[in-house]
Design a binder for this molecule. Structure first.
Ligand code: NAD
Ligand code: UGA
Length: 450
């Protein structure tokens, strides 16, 4: 099949590359000349494990090409995927559909023969109707079906997620479109990936419902972690015990500093706005958004408390800045509000992240970047783990602790990465998330037990 992929971001680039790897002929179009230049020179503009090799092998086999000519890519295509961004609109939290509608206007004049136009971007219910209207207005002769096919991949494991999806959701009532979508995903369907055909609006909502549910699940365990600290229970064991119930499942039950990233925050807010506008508010999701917003600052206060309440002029080291490991994406990273709160309290911040080497956000301009975790620890009164990069697991904790200000060797592990006994033996005053039996606040534990 001939595929045009509009947008070479996380979703567009990964999907284009994987479709090419299935044997399809794919042209990936982007507006950003820097991104295109990099791609044409074999450089991957995003950090995604395994992607560079896969792009190279498919580009070498001439199945994957990059360009800026929407017209040429669209004219030859059986399917055009729209994989452009749908960021949060400034001020009101609605999904900004400018890029989707612009892309629809750009492809419309070039559609030739029956073409399936697929919205892969995450879009509010009814966006497909509008895309259809734009195409019909711009090119009344166009013969096409507008389909919703939301993407569920995660950054950091995007290729694996794309190749082994839990499900493929296809929203269309058009039989020709169903058949073409079945063919484009043929390799996955042959490997038993379930494909679920639903209405277009249902597909659009299924994507938001999935992200909101996962955000709620994380927020649930985060609140449970707070309770664990109060009553002297261990959230890791609570999560393990809950997860053994197949109805609950053990994934997305890791307590931490709050969810971040380019999607959960913006999609949850877009969904609650959509629900409000439909007179059917989603109060659970609204509360999830509010709790998660507060949590990031609460994590900074936890660090300050662990330092005895005084951080002004003192050095605090941060391990990990990205919203999760194996990505360089800083969008809505919990590290930003945490660091902002620590800076406002007067702390001096040094940080290390394997994928972020310079300021990508104005808050980060006020911190010092280090080349390795041990340099971050130098003369610090506290170290805070914000992102659970695998390389932190093999840190020499004793060496790390020796770098610190001997008067205060606090390790606040916001991802529960380290073994508490090993951290304590290495010399740290170790603080985790939701591991009440290790907590500093013994009085609260006693009080609750009385
Ligand atoms: P991104 O910002 O990384 O990439 C979007 C790309 O589209 C950019 O390179 C931009 O230059 C390009 N673009 C915008 N308008 C264009 C146009 N008219 N023509 C050509 N190129 C254009 O975005 P992303 O993270 O890949 O997300 C894309 C969509 O997929 C969003 O709706 C997002 O919610 C959804 N999504 C993202 C993920 C993820 O892990 N990032 C996962 C699932 C779904
Ligand atoms: C998420 C979804 O998992 C994907 O299915 C979806 O396609 C994507 O959003 C999207 O729509 O863009 P992603 O944002 O890449 O993927 O990352 P996740 O692994 O879901 O993590 C999101 C945030 O939740 C991170 O900050 C992570 O640290 C946090 N998290 C995740 C936890 O705090 N605890 C967990 O148990 C899991």
């Amino acid at each position: 099949m001939h595929i045009a992929m509009i947008g070479a971001g996380y979703v567009g680039l990964v999907s284009a590359t994987c479709f090419a790897d299935f044997g399809h002929d794919v042209v990936c179009v982007d507006k950003d000349p820097n991104r295109l230049n990099a791609l044409r020179n074999g450089k991957i503009p995003i950090y995604e494990p395994g992607l560079e090799d896969l792009v190279k092998s498919n580009a070498d086999a001439s199945r994957l090409r990059f360009g800026d000519d929407v017209g040429a890519a669209t004219r030859d295509a059986d399917i055009v995927f729209l994989a452009v961004g749908t960021p949060s609109r400034h001020g009101d939290g609605y999904a900004d559909l400018t890029y989707v509608y612009e892309a629809a206007r750009e492809i419309a004049p070039h559609l030739s023969g029956f073409t399936v136009v697929v919205t892969k971007s995450t879009v509010p219910v009814g966006t497909g109707d509008e895309v259809e209207r734009i195409i019909a207005d711009t090119n009344p002769a166009a013969e096409c079906a507008v389909v919703s096919n939301p993407e569920f991949l995660r950054e950091g494991s995007a290729i694996e997620d794309f190749r082994k999806p839990d499900r493929i959701i296809v929203g269309t009532d058009d039989d020709r479109a169903k058949s073409i979508m079945g063919q484009v995903y043929g390799a996955l369907c042959a490997g038993n990936a379930p494909i679920l055909f639903v209405g277009r609006r249902t597909a659009e909502l299924t994507k938001y419902a999935s992200n909101a549910f996962l955000a709620m699940k994380i927020t649930f365990i985060n609140e449970m972690a707070d309770l664990c600290e109060r009553v002297g229970a261990d959230v890791l064991s609570v999560a393990r015990g809950m997860g053994m119930d197949e109805r609950i499942g053990d994934r997305f039950l890791q307590a931490g500093p709050g969810y971040g990233g380019s999607c959960f925050p913006k999609d949850s807010t877009a969904l609650t706005n959509m629900a409000q506008d439909s007179d059917s508010p989603l109060r659970l999701v609204e509360t999830t958004v509010a709790i998660n917003d507060q949590r990031r600052r609460a994590m900074a206060r936890k660090v300050i408390r662990a330092c005895g309440g005084r951080v002004r002029g003192r050095r605090i080291g941060i391990l990990g800045l990205t919203f999760k490991p194996d990505t360089d994406d800083m969008r809505e990273a919990p590290s930003i509000p945490i660091i902002r709160t620590l800076l406002d309290a007067g702390a001096v911040i040094r940080a290390y992240d394997p994928a972020v080497i310079a300021a990508t956000h104005h808050t980060l301009r006020e911190i010092e970047f280090c080349d390795d975790p041990y340099a971050v620890a130098e003369d610090a009164i506290a170290l805070t783990v914000i992102t659970d990069w695998d390389e932190f697991r093999s840190l020499d904790l004793e060496r790390l602790c020796r770098q610190m200000d001997p008067a205060s060797t606090v390790l606040v592990d916001l991802r529960n990465m380290f073994n508490p006994e090993q951290a304590t033996e290495a010399g740290f005053a170790y603080e985790a998330v939701g591991r009440g039996n290790l907590g500093w606040d013994r009085t609260a534990v006693k009080h609750a037990a009385e």
